[in-house]
Design a protein around this ligand. Structure first.
Ligand code: ATP
Length: 605
């Protein structure tokens, strides 16, 4: 292929790859395409269209499905309330209208385009397509984008336009992984990409498949593919996987993964997708200059927002807003805070080949932490230490499965994201997700069917929810006789995760007037609640009476456990609140018998 080669040739390859069932076949189609149609000097021109998500030469199009739908409607000159326009706008919805293609924007768009474009190829060349895509990414106003899309439509048929749309959306759904594409391209392509995040450089340096490239190390100023974490289902699985290793347990922060590259006065903030987030400069560059002692270094960590009035991290989602406030010089009790959990480069050397334990030491000496602004996550404390409530950063050495269990439980109770377990002896490897880091999150638990249960009590939280109800004791109804409301509720399980802070606050506010503290053991719980004598079950407050309460829909691992703690015969493993059923009256709570039937049917007993 030369730059003048038609896009239709590439489309045939895409169709073939998509249709082939086996990875080896898909790969050989790609190989054949490179060998037959591509000149090595044009590799980048072609590969950037095959791996659009990795191309950083072109900026963002600012066209996600919904905006793209509206632009296409205008580019095709359709009326907004025409059936096809509605089909594009409602591309996600299933049902008769969009049929089998629902949820796949490119396919829905093809349906619409087929009715408007001819069958014959529009004759677009690869070179023209790249130029038009460059213009699309550069244009800042909508009319210009619409006009470029109209040109693309004119120069393609519906099948070609489908692939153009997938390139714009950066998801080709070829069923061929990026790893396979890299491997087929050149045996060293993935490695080189991982340490440079530069597709153009990879395509230009590795033109000859038979000439091996010397392994390159990371450099300050060039984003590196981040080391990733492998999911594990529970603490036991994690402990087994890290058997015999020295392990550190860390909080999993819920922010933006950012690599900070400091090169003298220059500071870059690279995201996971290797985009340079210059908007963080205003809020963070000064502190980096002051408190990162090394002149040249790369830090790996999470960008978060610290709420100094609440003395804790704000919930995920406000980074951009706070970065903008910092830029505009607005005063706020919220500020950007970077938590560095690793160091990859210091002075003149890459340190990714050193052990995590050694890197922690380097991190300690390279950064002067400032609470709520620039934190470092390095292990603290001895054998029996625990994360002090209110401390923003937490990292502990694990000595046993019990330690991991406890740490995880504490994190879940605090309503944090989860934990990350790391092998202290491991190197930092670009793009690796092979299990040197393991993540454990409460919501990985497989959900069974939804259970509608009644809140009968509340437990106070610790740390940032200290003094406020953060978890609930929920109950099942004793099956009432026909046409009557239930009179008694049997304690069933304790549940706290699943709701956002706002949702949790709303339930707690609604129920607060009915919270009653009860003294143990003097006073028994209200007579309509049946509980055991097990002290683990006792809530801090009871709900005065069931008709004042609220139903929660909870999901859980389908494996229920026989309960010793709660009064119901079974309880749940890792229950999670799916939503609050303000719409459901209290008396429509699931009853014990129906629940037992459900357990038996799902266990096959
Ligand atoms: P998730 O959606 O669970 O965050 P992910 O696919 O974005 O997963 P993973 O590699 O699976 O990313 O999980 C690691 C991510 O967790 C990192 O990219 C980082 O953003 C975040 N993270 C938060 N705290 C830590 C920590 N202490 N150590 C490593 N990663 C952390």
């Amino acid at each position: 292929m030369t730059e003048e080669t038609k896009f239709s040739v590439m489309v045939s390859m895409f169709d073939w790859i998509q249709k082939s069932k086996y990875s080896a076949k898909k790969r050989s189609k790609f190989r054949k395409f490179l060998d037959t149609f591509c000149k090595p000097r044009d590799y980048f021109t072609a590969v950037r269209l095959i791996l659009p998500g990795l191309d950083r030469e072109r900026g963002s199009y600012g066209l996600k499905e919904s905006v793209l739908a509206n632009c296409l409607i205008d580019a095709l000159g359709m009326s907004r309330d025409s059936p096809d326009a509605l089909r594009l706008i409602n591309w996600r919805k299933g049902g008769a209208k969009t049929g089998a293609n629902a949820g796949n924007f490119a396919l829905v768009a093809t349906e619409v385009l087929q009715r408007r474009q001819g069958m014959a190829s529009g004759g677009l060349t690869i070179k023209e397509l790249n130029e038009l895509l460059d213009r699309l990414a550069c244009s800042e106003n909508r009319p210009e984008k619409i006009s470029i899309l109209a040109t693309l439509i004119k120069k393609t048929n519906a099948q070609e336009m489908k692939w153009v749309i997938m390139i714009i959306l950066k998801d080709l759904k070829l069923g061929l992984s990026e790893k396979s594409i890299f491997h087929e391209f050149h045996p060293d392509a993935e490695d080189l990409f991982n340490v440079t995040c530069d597709l153009k450089l990879v395509c230009e340096k590795l033109r000859d498949r038979h000439q091996r490239h010397k392994r390159q190390d990371i450099e300050v100023g060039k984003a590196v593919r981040p080391q990733l974490a492998m999911r594990v289902s529970d603490a036991q699985a994690a402990w087994k996987k890290l058997h015999g290793k020295e392990v550190v347990m860390e909080c999993k922060f819920d922010g933006d993964r950012i690599q900070i590259h400091k090169n003298g006065a220059e500071v870059h903030f690279f995201s996971r997708n290797f985009i340079d987030h210059s908007e963080y400069e205003h809020g963070m560059s000064d502190i980096i200059q002051q408190c990162v002692l090394a002149d040249r270094c790369i830090l790996d960590g999470e960008m978060l927002v610290w709420d100094s009035s609440l003395n804790r991290f704000a919930e995920f989602g406000s980074n951009q807003e706070i970065a903008k406030a910092a830029k505009d010089g607005l005063d706020s009790h919220k500020q950007l805070c970077y938590v560095a959990f690793d160091i990859l480069y210091v002075g003149d050397t890459s340190v990714i080949h050193q052990s995590l334990k050694e890197r922690h030491e380097l991190l300690r000496s390279a950064v002067n932490p400032v609470k709520g602004r620039l934190e470092i996550l390095v292990p603290s404390g001895g054998l029996n230490s625990h994360c002090p409530p209110g401390e923003p950063c937490c990292s502990l050495i694990a000595h046993s499965l019990d330690d991991v269990d406890k740490f995880f439980k504490q994190i879940v109770e605090n309503r944090d994201e989860g934990i990350v377990l790391k092998d202290l002896d491991s190197k930092w490897e670009p793009g690796d997700r092979s299990g040197k880091w393991l993540k454990l999150k409460p919501d990985y638990i497989r959900a069974g069917s939804d259970l509608d249960v009644l809140i009968i009590g509340g437990y106070y939280g610790s740390g940032r929810r200290g003094g406020e109800v953060a978890q609930f004791l929920v109950g099942l109804a004793e099956r009432p006789s026909a046409d009557t409301y239930p009179r008694r509720f049997i304690s069933f399980c304790r549940v706290g995760t699943g709701l956002s802070d706002d949702e949790l606050n709303a339930v707690v506010t609604k129920l607060k007037p009915y919270f009653r503290k009860y003294d143990y053991p003097k006073k028994a719980p209200p007579s309509f609640y049946q509980v055991t004598n097990n002290s683990k079950e006792r809530p801090d407050v009871w709900i005065e009476s069931p008709e004042k309460s609220v139903i929660l829909s909870i999901t859980s691992d389908i494996r229920t456990i026989r309960s010793e703690v709660f009064a119901a015969p079974y309880s749940l493993r890792f229950p999670r609140i799916d939503r609050v059923r303000y719409d459901k009256p209290w008396h429509e709570c699931l009853d014990v018998q129906s629940f037992i039937e459900l357990v038996h049917s799902s266990n096959g007993t």
